[in-house]
Design a protein around this ligand. Structure first.
Ligand SMILES: NC(=O)c1ccc[n+]([C@@H]2O[C@H](COP(=O)([O-])OP(=O)(O)OC[C@H]3O[C@@H](n4cnc5c(N)ncnc54)[C@H](OP(=O)(O)O)[C@@H]3O)[C@@H](O)[C@H]2O)c1
Length: 355
């Protein structure tokens, strides 16, 4: 239902508007009464933005304008007159040949490009940047076997480690966030950063975004998910709500990790296979999984601001209902139920205790 549409909360810009996170964020912003200017590469492509135009309040309060991360000055018009900017656009792509051109430049130079437009604005109050726990968790100092390392907003992934192991996405997120902090300091921009872990939930854009497709593949028996290693997971609705919360809370400052629960790939697939026995989830992986460091994300900073993230069962229930509605999930062939094929509550709990 949302808030009254008569009381507009002001105009905000969302970059990468057709993306997975941005689309849900726009849905929440419209619900809350904001006017939203979405920056997209091709505003004429109605098909790509059809899910945005279908949102409640979109016809009255959504505008799509052009913005390309790699075209200097192209966010000037999108940002002009806005009180807030949510910069979510980034190149989340499968790299074909050139990590710099395909991922690092659009993400790092693109962030600076958006911030240059922000620096020109006379109406802007706050910029919220979407970083990632990928900018926190890839480090070479976590490898004490058996120990748990707690990571928080003071933690940064290691540039050396990510370069050495060619973890390009992490490198892009570390460097874009660090450049953003420097630029904001030099130009007196009020910047707050949200660092989501792996985002789960209904994916409004279609075709599915890269990470939503990875989850869809996993739920359909894919065995490649192990490469992601131990990760945190978070509901897309909580990610959107975290962005709005840090935007609206005057005292919010710095970085905010946004994550509900961590799991190793083995813990995750076992949990999913137990909870959704009708799906063809495989508990095996194609490659032997490397021994990954064991860390936990400290999320108290965001909790203190008032957001308690939904647990794993809610995020996957919502994600799976959505994918099933779209007809994107394969069911196991029907067979007569036996006592051993029903999910075992005890084993479910014991897996979750490790998560
Ligand atoms: N999904 C996750 O699990 C996750 C986790 C942590 C952090 N994040 C962060 O959340 C943000 C959004 O991620 P997402 O999963 O929503 O990704 P997504 O669905 O791929 O959306 C990214 C958006 O960025 C836009 N974009 C890419 N290259 C561009 C360019 N050169 N110029 C302008 N726009 C460009 C894309 O626009 P087009 O539609 O024009 O291609 C797309 O709409 C990113 O910053 C990501 O790093 C995501």
């Amino acid at each position: 239902m949302g808030h009254s549409t008569e009381k507009s909360k002001g105009t905000v810009c969302v970059t990468g508007a057709t993306g997975f996170v941005a689309s849900w964020l726009i849905k929440c912003l419209l619900q809350d009464g904001y006017r939203v200017r979405g920056a997209v590469r091709d505003p004429e492509n109605y098909e790509k933005a059809a899910h945005l135009w279908a949102l409640s309040g979109a016809k009255e309060r959504l505008q799509l304008v052009k913005g390309d991360l790699l075209v200097e000055g192209s966010y000037d018009a999108a940002v002009a007159g806005c009180e807030g900017v949510f910069h979510t656009a980034a190149a989340l792509v499968r790299i074909k040949s050139d990590p710099k051109a395909e991922m690092l430049d659009p993400t790092i130079l693109g962030t600076l490009n958006v911030l240059h437009s922000c620096a020109k604005s006379t109406t802007l109050k706050r910029v919220v940047l979407t970083s990632s726990t990928a900018a926190v968790r890839f480090r070479d100092d976590l490898e004490q076997p058996g120990a748990v390392t707690y990571l928080d907003e003071y933690s940064w992934s290691s540039i050396f480690f990510c370069t050495k192991y060619q973890i390009w996405y992490s490198l892009a997120k570390i460097l874009s966030e660090q450049e953003a902090w420097k630029f904001a300091f030099l130009h007196s921009i009020d910047l707050v950063v949200v660092l989501p872990s792996f985002v789960i939930g209904p994916c409004l854009p279609y075709p599915l975004s890269k990470t939503a497709q990875d989850i869809c593949d996993l739920l359909n028996g894919g065995r490649n998910f192990g490469i992601h290693g131990r990760m945190g997971y978070v509901h897309v609705d909580d990610v959107a709500r975290a962005h709005i919360l840090v935007y609206e809370t005057p005292s919010a400052q710095g970085r905010y990790i946004c994550s509900a629960q961590e799991a190793t790939p083995q813990e995750l697939v076992q949990y999913l296979a137990d909870r959704y026995p009708h799906l063809q989830i495989s508990t095996k992986f194609n490659d032997e999984l490397p021994k990954m460091p064991y860390y936990k994300l400290n999320t108290t900073k965001l909790q203190r601001l008032g957001l308690n993230c939904k647990p794993l069962d809610v995020m996957f229930d919502d994600c799976i209902s959505f994918l099933e509605e779209k007809g994107l999930l394969k069911r196991k062939p029907e067979k007569t139920p036996t006592s051993s094929s029903t999910p075992d509550e005890h084993s479910k709990d014991s897996v979750l205790q490790n998560v």
